[in-house]
Design a protein around this ligand. Structure first.
Ligand SMILES: NC(=O)c1ccc[n+]([C@@H]2O[C@H](COP(=O)([O-])OP(=O)(O)OC[C@H]3O[C@@H](n4cnc5c(N)ncnc54)[C@H](OP(=O)(O)O)[C@@H]3O)[C@@H](O)[C@H]2O)c1
Length: 117
């Protein structure tokens, strides 16, 4: 649907949320054993794998990083491309878990607003 209407998807908390969320790093995608395994295979970090997975599928990812190490890593994504089998493997990690509201229901009230053509 987004492709058809030329809508570009922006990743909300692309690395699984900042410290504001209270989610421990151990519960974030950067700690997932499969992500770590893929990162080791390419010689990059788990965060880089996640960001590349988004970018290679046409999504916009704007991660937040305070540490210099993470800032540099997040800008250094051109040295590798994930192979199709790794992208598929990461897609299969979906757990339908949301840290924020479900866009299908979070703003039900707004559905009553008239949006002109
Ligand atoms: N308007 C809103 O309500 C709202 C809510 C959420 C998000 N956002 C937007 O989304 C953006 C980012 O979301 P977010 O801050 O929730 O979190 P995020 O970008 O998903 O994750 C940030 C966390 O990941 C760490 N990190 C950054 N690069 C990493 C890497 N390469 N490897 C491992 N860890 C890494 C950061 O650590 P360090 O900081 O220590 O480097 C930080 O703890 C924000 O800048 C904001 O624009 C907006």
């Amino acid at each position: 649907m987004c492709d058809k209407h030329e809508i570009y998807v922006y990743c909300w908390s692309p690395l699984g949320s900042g410290t504001w969320s209270g989610v421990p790093t151990s519960a974030k995608p950067v700690a997932d054993p499969m992500i770590i395994n893929i990162a080791e295979k390419y010689g990059v970090s788990a965060g880089q794998v996640i960001l590349k997975w988004d970018l290679q599928q046409g999504r916009i990812a704007i991660p937040k990083a305070e540490s210099e190490k993470n800032m540099k890593a997040n800008l250094d994504l051109n040295s590798f491309d994930l192979r199709a089998e790794d992208i598929i493997a990461i897609n299969q990690l979906n757990r339908n878990h949301r840290y924020g509201g479900d866009p299908d229901t979070a703003y039900q009230g707004n559905m009553k607003m008239h949006v002109s053509e």
